[in-house]
Design a protein around this ligand. Sequence first.
Ligand code: ADP
Ligand code: MG
Length: 254
Amino acid sequence: MEALLRFDHVSFSYHTMKGETTALTDISFALQEGEFLSVVGPSGCGKSTILSLIAGLLEPEKGSVFFHGLTRQQADPSIGYMLQRDTLLEWRTIWDNVLLGPEIQGRKNRQMKEKAEELLKRYDLYPFRNSRPSQLSGGMRQRAALIRTLMVEPELLLLDEPFSALDYETRLAVGNDIAKILREEKQTAVLVTHDLSEAISLGDRILVLSRRPASIVHEEILDFPKEMQPLEKRNIPRFQQYFQSIWRQMGHEE
Ligand code: ADP
Ligand code: MG
């Protein structure tokens, strides 16, 4: 089967008044439909640049990005984004935030409202539908932001360090919740993070990037029992084994 997304020898540099910054060199990988891919690498190595190339906000300098074997123009993929800041609009209720996408697309119809209701109920936010974002906890806001993104049924969801603004315990809990939602909704996703534990506990597969300019130094299927939740994964020996071997691949000593 043709991969949903494929990077074929992609390189990219930023050009500014101060000169050239090479962010990516020769990145090749494929992402299958339904897969959750973690991409881990040090801060500033080029992770967000990879997501911008997927989103079509940047064009590769060398190489190509394919969707279902087609160019972006041919395939016109629908892509959702989830960022560190949840970007919910404070002057709108949770309900109106969740229905923002359909509203902008001019299809805020009964079907969409039913879908919003169902998702809010399924993920425990329905009682808060008339609240403003600031009345919710950080974790609840991230869930609401995710539901808003899922409303428009993106083919591919991009997560750019979406938990890094949260404190440690909240980050673990929210990561667990978000991973559960994405699995239940069978959402194809790419998560980029500098947090190796997060990358291992959430992904089906991991790509490890070098320091800038990023190249792929390691790739591994994360073979955990299928229904196991991220929080549970962190407590089994296999997790430590992955952590130690990938930590070394990242150029750290033990
Ligand atoms: P990461 O997300 O891994 O932290 P980025 O992809 O944001 O890294 O950035 C990779 C490198 O490219 C960094 O050194 C950063 O300073 C540089 N960079 C990012 N965006 C720009 C830009 N718009 N113009 C110039 N340099 C940039
Ligand atoms: Mg970044």
